[in-house]
Design a protein around this ligand. Structure first.
Ligand SMILES: Cc1ncc(COP(=O)(O)O)c(C=O)c1O
Length: 396
């Protein structure tokens, strides 16, 4: 009795917002994975490469020089200047290093800041489903309400402007896009983005565009949302170093946006974070200045693995949409009649292959699994062998 009372008391001190968050479906799954030996993991969404050495070395040298203090809240000026140069070079969009660029602790922090800077309680944010796991939680933590727009394999998991428009209410404040997409690998065509830009313009909505996978596309071009005509003033563009430069553990990313939004985000950042890690900022400068050939080598390698895994899934009877970006394949598991959670759990236990249930990414992810192919070709091939056995056994 005493225990129950205590537990109830403890729950009371947890805020409603924190209570509303469901534990990430991915975490639950990785806890199970950690307890099993000999697993081939297609689970974790990060490069299997170490950060290119010249990037790490720049940081090591800065530590040797004793460069270990806080930086300006916005980030090292040279890094903001390099980021501006990079965005102008690649998309032709101009941002002011002072006032329009904020260096953050990965896109994760940038996303949280963007939501807290623009949302009032009850404001709605439209999010395509399936979606990156953090999107709805960031909206909820900022006092907003996520509103989901379904996407489907039939439509190549691209979100449709009319579907977005049909969900707009007087409370809608923003559209949150994440393309190239995690978990599907979908890339939006320029035409479809132009149609969304038109909806955003007519309804005076902000677009928060998470373009962390912008550099990882295969045979198609990434369109930067902020680069669409008239959209720079309505877009918070989020970018980072984690994926393209294999720098997930450094925790460095950025937000670029109109001055008033960056000012609001910087205020929150200054009180909660102070400044992004100094040595990671130094490494990011090196990445922008000299990392291009490493990015291209990694992209070519991911592309080879992408082709092997997609063909492999189709050959074993799991139909698979062709991902054009990021490093995820999202095969359908319909032939087994299992839910995606059932499939992933059984696959892990019976064949020791880890793949994330699609349902962790929203309702429209049900019936799929997410497989990260940023892992060695040998592991991909062995995982496919094991999955072939599994699918044969469980086919309906
Ligand atoms: C779509 C998407 N956005 C953001 C992030 C977080 O990136 P960062 O490491 O820069 O915080 C991830 C990481 O998996 C992601 O997939």
């Amino acid at each position: 009795m005493k225990q129950t009372g205590k537990r109830r008391q403890k729950r009371k001190i947890i805020s409603e917002r924190a209570n509303r968050l469901s534990p990430s479906g991915i975490r639950k799954f990785f806890d199970l994975l950690a307890s099993i030996e000999g697993v081939i993991s297609l689970g974790v969404g990060e490069p299997d490469y170490a950060t290119p050495w010249h990037i790490s070395e720049a940081a090591v040298k800065s530590l040797e020089r004793g460069y270990t203090m806080y930086t300006s809240n916005s980030g090292i000026l040279e890094l903001r200047q390099e980021t501006a140069k990079y965005l102008e070079g690649i998309y032709g969009i101009k941002y002011e290093p002072v006032g329009e660029i904020l260096m953050t602790v990965g896109v994760s922090e940038a996303l949280d800041l963007a939501m807290r800077a623009i949302l009032n309680p009850g404001d709605e944010v439209i999010i395509p489903d399936p979606h990156y796991v953090a999107y709805p939680s960031c909206v909820i933590l900022a006092g907003g309400e996520p509103v989901f727009v379904p996407t489907s394999e039939k439509e190549s998991f691209e979100v449709d402007a009319d579907d977005i428009e049909s969900r707009i209410t007087p409370k809608t404040r923003a559209i949150l896009l994440g393309y190239p997409a995690n978990p599907t690998g979908a890339v939006m065509s320029r035409e479809k983005l132009l149609a969304i830009a038109d909806v955003a313009r007519r309804h005076k909505l902000m677009v928060v565009s998470d373009e962390i996978y912008a550099r990882l596309t295969y045979g198609v071009e990434h369109t930067c949302f902020a680069g669409l005509p008239g959209m720079q003033a309505n877009t918070v563009l989020l970018g980072g170093f984690s994926k393209a430069y294999a720098m997930t553990g450094w925790r460095i990313g950025y937000a670029v946006a109109p001055r008033d939004i960056i000012a609001a985000m910087t205020k929150i950042h200054q009180y909660t974070i102070m400044s992004a890690p100094t040595m990671a900022q130094v490494a990011a400068i090196e990445a922008l200045k000299s990392g291009e050939s490493s990015v291209q080598e990694m992209v070519e390698d991911y592309n080879r693995r992408r082709m092997v895994i997609v063909k492999g899934f189709c050959d074993i009877g799991l139909s698979c949409f062709e991902p054009k970006g990021a490093f995820y394949a999202f095969p359908s598991i319909a032939v087994t009649g299992m839910t995606s959670e059932e499939f992933s759990e059984k696959l892990l236990i019976e064949e020791r292959v880890a793949a994330v249930p699609g349902s962790a990414f929203g309702e429209c992810g049900e019936g799929y699994i997410r497989c990260c192919y940023a892992t060695s070709l040998a592991d991909i091939e062995e995982a496919l062998n094991r999955m072939e056995r599994f699918v044969k056994k469980h086919r309906k």
